[in-house]
Each structure stands twice: as structure tokens, then as C-alpha cells.
Write a protein that binds this ligand. Structure first.
Ligand code: ATP
Length: 286
């Protein structure tokens, strides 16, 4: 078997807090331990152990919880090449063979670099959003009735199995519906590490609200009467994306308190000095 690549020199001054991901530190640790620990071992040790790096992970859970954010940050953390991000349904094409070609194209850069540099190649990350769209149980008619689903899954499987020889690819699949995914795709050796990304709890919501209000707090544009702990208590079942939306909505309420339609010209001093306050957040919650 091949010597695993030392192709992901982890950022030495990395801190989870700097990633801009709220409330998912446990999940990140799980991913790290199960999927990346091997990448910081000395290659000689990997060789002695006779193991292969994990080449695929699956992040699953409700929409807007930070799966894409996490996948991108993993790439930065591993010092990988700029990830390719594809939406499952985008891959599907009604022309015969085109969807399979689309899959092959995704792996082309990694293959090229591996041919040139071998184990010195950088790490290539391929992120599949809505991977369930192409990887439903085979024979279930995935692909919106186009019938291309099965051969697309097969193409992806053969690429993943081919990655045995590649060593410089990590595939990150994401889905809201893990139950729909073809078992063959999430078996050991393929997308083998599965991590659930759930809705944030209260502590997570405080962290997410802090991230999304960081700029306004640093710039003194958030009123001191805003209590993020209180907001976190009031936003049970909000996703990270919805919390981001809440902050945006509150800002626009603040802005609209100052700007009357028809007076857009000559923005007044009180607009420049405006602050987003507790009432704005309350409005946004309604
Ligand atoms: P989908 O399943 O709909 O693709 P997703 O889980 O991939 O959703 P993201 O695209 O990562 O969700 O999240 C959308 C946006 O919501 C992010 O760009 C970010 O602004 C915000 N967000 C979501 N989760 C978090 C989080 N845990 N911390 C900070 N921001 C978050």
C-alpha cells in the first residue's frame, strides 16, 4: 500500500474561536479526531500502522446550521487548496454521460497535481451540498426521473475508490436527509465519518449571536441595552442562519427608525450615529 501523503500541514496558530462557527466545537473535535488526526501523524507512523487517511466525511442535519461553513473552515484548517463546492442537483444533467463527466471533472485538478507531485501534492477538498440529490438509494429513481442517478452514484463511488491511489482528496458531503443516502456511499473507505450538525442550544446561540454582531459591537453601533443572553433564550429552535437573519433584520429596523422614505438625500448626523437597540431586536423577533 502507498505511503499516505503529508499533504495537509495544519495551520499551527489555529484556534477554533477564530473560525466564526458558533456552538459546534464538540462536532469539530469529533471530526478532527475521527477524520484528521492521522494527517498530523508523522507519515512513517501511518505507514507502520498500515492505515489510510479518511477520504470522505458526511455532515448531516437541519438546514442553515453551519454545515457549509464547517466544511469550508475544515479546508482552511487543513491548509487545503480552495475547495470546490457543488450543489448535488447541479451535477445532474439530462444529456447522456454529462453528469458522470461532471463528476470526473471535479477530481481532475487533484489527479493532475497528484500525477505531478505525488505525496507532495496539496490537499484537494470537494464539497457536495445536497448530496442526497445524486446519491439516493440506487434504483430509487434519483435524479428527478431522469434516470441518471444510479450511474452518477457509480461514478462517484469509483472516484472515491480511486482516491485510494490519490491520497490528496477529501470529499465532504452534506445533507438534510441522511436516511435517503445510498448505503454504498457512506461505507468505510468512502464517506465514512458521519457527524450530525444539529440546531444550536442556548450556549451555541449566544456564540452565534456574538459572531454575527461582532462588527457592530466593535464599532459601537450596538446599544448597550441589547442582551445577547436574553436573545438566545428567546430564540429556541432558531438555526445559525436564522440568527444571522435576525441580526440583519434588527439592523434594518434601526436604520428605518432614522431614514424616512423621501429623505434619503442628505443623510443626517443621527443616522451616522445610530445604534441597533433592544427594541430593534424585539421587532425582528416578531
Ligand atoms: P443548508 O443545509 O441549507 O445548506 P448549512 O447547514 O450548510 O445549510 P450554512 O450554509 O453553513 O448552513 O449556513 C448559512 C449561514 O448561516 C452561514 O453563512 C452563517 O452566516 C450562518 N450560520 C449557520 N450556522 C452558523 C453557526 N453555527 N455559526 C455561525 N454562523 C452560522
Amino acid at each position: 500500500s502507498r505511503r499516505p501523503a503529508a499533504n495537509s500541514i495544519i495551520q499551527p496558530d489555529f484556534k477554533f474561536e477564530d473560525m466564526g462557527i458558533g456552538g459546534l466545537d464538540t462536532e469539530f473535535t469529533t471530526i478532527f479526531r475521527r477524520a484528521f488526526a492521522s494527517r498530523i501523524f508523522p507519515p512513517i507512523l501511518i505507514e507502520k500502522l498500515g492505515i489510510q487517511h479518511v477520504k470522505g466525511i458526511l455532515l448531516y442535519g437541519p438546514p442553515g446550521t453551519g454545515k457549509t461553513l464547517m466544511a469550508r473552515q475544515i479546508g482552511k484548517f487543513l491548509n487545503a487548496r480552495e475547495p470546490k463546492v457543488i450543489n448535488g442537483p447541479e451535477i445532474l444533467n439530462k444529456y447522456v454521460g454529462q453528469s458522470e463527466q461532471n463528476i470526473r471533472d471535479l477530481f481532475a485538478d487533484a489527479e493532475k497535481e497528484y500525477k505531478e507531485k505525488g505525496d507532495e501534492s496539496g490537499l484537494h477538498i470537494i464539497i457536495f451540498d445536497e448530496i442526497d440529490a445524486i446519491c439516493k438509494q440506487r434504483g430509487s429513481g434519483a435524479g428527478g426521473g431522469t434516470g441518471v442517478g444510479d450511474s452518477v452514484v457509480n461514478q462517484l463511488l469509483s472516484k472515491l475508490d480511486g482516491v485510494d491511489q490519490l491520497n490528496n482528496v477529501l470529499v465532504i458531503g452534506m445533507t438534510n436527509r441522511k436516511d435517503l443516502i445510498d448505503e454504498a456511499l457512506i461505507r468505510p473507505g468512502r464517506l465514512e465519518v458521519h457527524v450530525e450538525i444539529s440546531l444550536p442550544d442556548e450556549t451555541g446561540r449566544v456564540q452565534i449571536l456574538k459572531i454575527h454582531t461582532q462588527r457592530m459591537r466593535e464599532n459601537g453601533v450596538m446599544d448597550s441595552d441589547v442582551d445577547l443572553d436574553e436573545l438566545a433564550r428567546l430564540t429556541k429552535n432558531y438555526s445559525g442562519a436564522e440568527l444571522g437573519g435576525l441580526v440583519k433584520a434588527a439592523s434594518s429596523f434601526a436604520f428605518n427608525r432614522h431614514v424616512k422614505v423621501g429623505t434619503m438625500a442628505g443623510i443626517r448626523d443621527d443616522v451616522i450615529n445610530m445604534k441597533v437597540n433592544r427594541d430593534d431586536f424585539y421587532h425582528a423577533l416578531e
